[in-house]
Design a binder for this molecule. Structure first.
Ligand SMILES: [Zn+2]
Length: 131
């Protein structure tokens, strides 16, 4: 099963993830990190399920010791312990979609937001730029 542990991300993301969580919370949005690293087999499964278009993606990186070092993470918006997958979710009721707001927070820390992609919008995905 894919990892949801931030420790399976590269060093830069390990530092940024807690900041994204805290900044989202500060504006009333609770996020849960539900995927960090994926094996190549899990990546193929994601491609087959239509969740990804890439056979090697930002989630699949390993470090020089072959340890997971994902350059991406996926999050969902949490409401009372349940995931909200609708991109229109507005749990903090400020008139702005929560997913987009979390994407903006990630971008503030220099990350690339999947919701900005033209061909394959990935609203729950943040990654190192160009990974
Ligand atoms: Zn992702």
């Amino acid at each position: 099963m894919a990892s949801r542990n931030p420790k399976d991300c590269c060093q830069a993301l390990q530092e940024i993830i807690p900041k994204v969580i805290a900044d989202a919370k500060a504006i009333g949005i609770i996020i849960v990190i539900y995927c960090t690293w994926r094996s190549l087999k899990e990546q193929m499964d994601a491609v087959k399920a239509g969740l990804s278009k890439r056979k090697f993606g930002a989630h699949n990186y390993v470090d020089d010791n072959n340890k997971p070092a994902s350059e991406a993470f996926d999050f969902y918006i949490d409401k009372f312990g349940k995931p909200l997958w609708s991109t229109a979710s507005d749990t903090n009721q400020d008139g702005h979609p929560d997913y987009i707001q979390v994407g903006e927070i990630g971008k503030k820390y220099g990350l690339e937001y999947g919701g900005d992609w033209e061909t394959f919008k990935d609203f729950d995905h943040l990654q190192i730029k160009g990974a």
